[in-house]
Design a protein around this ligand. Sequence first.
Ligand SMILES: *[C@@H]1O[C@H](CO)[C@@H](O)[C@H](O)[C@H]1NC(C)=O
Ligand SMILES: *[C@@H]1O[C@H](CO)[C@@H](O)[C@H](O)[C@H]1NC(C)=O
Ligand SMILES: *[C@@H]1O[C@H](CO)[C@@H](O)[C@H](O)[C@H]1NC(C)=O
Ligand SMILES: *[C@@H]1O[C@H](CO)[C@@H](O)[C@H](O)[C@H]1NC(C)=O
Length: 503
Amino acid sequence: MIYLSIKNILIYISIFQIIQVAHAKNSYRVDHHLNVLNDAQWESVPITLNNKSKINSFYTNVKSFYNKSIVNPFNKYISTSHHEYETINKNEENTIDNIEFPRLTGENAFFIDFNCNVQNNVKFCKNAEKAFKKAADTISNILYIYSGPILINATLTSFCELAHPDGSACNADDPTRRKLGQAYPYSSFPVKAVDPIDGDTDVYLYPQALLRQLDIQSDYPDFNQYDITAEFNSDVNWYFEEDEDDSIDDDQHDFLYVAIHELIHGLGFISSWRTLLDMDFHYLTPRAKQGIAKNEDIVLGWYQMQILDKYISLNKTGMYLREMGKKIMSYGNSGDMVKQNVWLEGFHKSESGQAAQEVYDIATSGKNVFSIMSIDNELITYLQTIKNTFIAGICMGHLDNDEYTNKPDFLLRPYVPKGEDVNDLIEKGSFSYLNEEEKSRKELWYKTAFGPHLISIMETIGWPTKYHPERRKVEVISGSPLQYAKSSWNIFIIFATLIIILF
Ligand SMILES: *[C@@H]1O[C@H](CO)[C@@H](O)[C@H](O)[C@H]1NC(C)=O
Ligand SMILES: *[C@@H]1O[C@H](CO)[C@@H](O)[C@H](O)[C@H]1NC(C)=O
Ligand SMILES: *[C@@H]1O[C@H](CO)[C@@H](O)[C@H](O)[C@H]1NC(C)=O
Ligand SMILES: *[C@@H]1O[C@H](CO)[C@@H](O)[C@H](O)[C@H]1NC(C)=O
């Protein structure tokens, strides 16, 4: 009975969505569901684009926007299900060089909705929250936030308890004990650059926090309720500078360090590259769209690559990795639902499969094979790779661990040291040997947690910074996630599937 009525509701919702597809200007966003025990699950969600001129008339100039953001308590976004983001009027952009542009700082830049699932330890929770605010301040000193506040759903909880809900033992060697925390954008949007200098108008996924800072020339998408989701492990022996007279112990981790690191991921330092369908194949690919229909695993094609992936190149040849990504994604991208095993069988035999194997071989061939060049073509940054192994979430999504140890760019390495807090590492990095190009940028990074390489990568993916405050022009693309689906029956089945996954 219950099953039947749910099914009816699903059918109604699906039909409603099909009608929407026909009558409104649609787009979609990719929601990243984060869970301590899994890596983020991705899902396309249909959305409607809002008429921009309407939004502009609400907020006629930058100043009134700024005033508004000060008088309104930010929790209004959290307490109501419907909300509207405030964004700077694009007509003001000409004045960017002439006026002090009203960027947001402190509580206006970040709002942290902090859930502390730690019983009977108020001090611990308070310290964590304070450290979080400090992390947000550190970031908003370097990255310029014009449209805020960036909303973070942060949770401090026992990863051990989550992994063992039945109360079974969580031993000292339990893998969850090694996980300090994780963060991810809530959603990403398919976006293309408008009049880009490099001529590349392909569509990439932009994380919401970044997209909100850019000069959006198209209609506005429905933004998600939060920008970033972050989870921290309360089982870790954390150090908080706030409340301790002495310095960090040898077996402690600095919470502030981990909080800044994780927030940077949430702001867009993430890669789509991973082993195909998270299986044990020696293939690396961008994310495939997976689903379940009629109790069978299906594949629907691919998500676009994340904006970070656009800039990764094979250091040896200078070729962009995205070209291999495109080749891989040319397989099975008709938008049709294909049974997973059938889809895989075809992939094994295809040229795309070969390209995916090549990428795997390169990624596991050793150190410093992938790099990102700064916009001014001066500074090369190496991404983390490991010989003979690929670990999703660690490889390619961080700076190389060895290359940047005891350097100003310590922050985005995948491994966080014990017994050193962020200030110790800033100190150490400042005295390290640097090449000429890194030295020449000293005014940028000196005495901050942001090294020159990290700043250059954030600028490359489009973040306005203290040194390059201008906002990139972009357009959110319209079209349903299933734009290329061949029949409405496909759409019907696929939407129903998405909803079932949502439930
Ligand atoms: C958006 O608003 C403008 C002006 O109010 C109007 O001319 C335009 O047709 C609207 N576009 C859509 C898609 O509704
Ligand atoms: C912003 O607020 C200040 C102080 O409350 C006020 O003087 C100013 O007129 C406001 N500006 C706008 C554009 O509303
Ligand atoms: C906030 O994050 C927690 C932990 O990741 C999650 O359980 C919760 O559902 C999230 N809240 C919202 C509103 O998404
Ligand atoms: C990466 O490429 C640059 C530019 O071609 C070159 O100078 C550098 O030595 C290369 N690095 C490695 C580790 O091969």
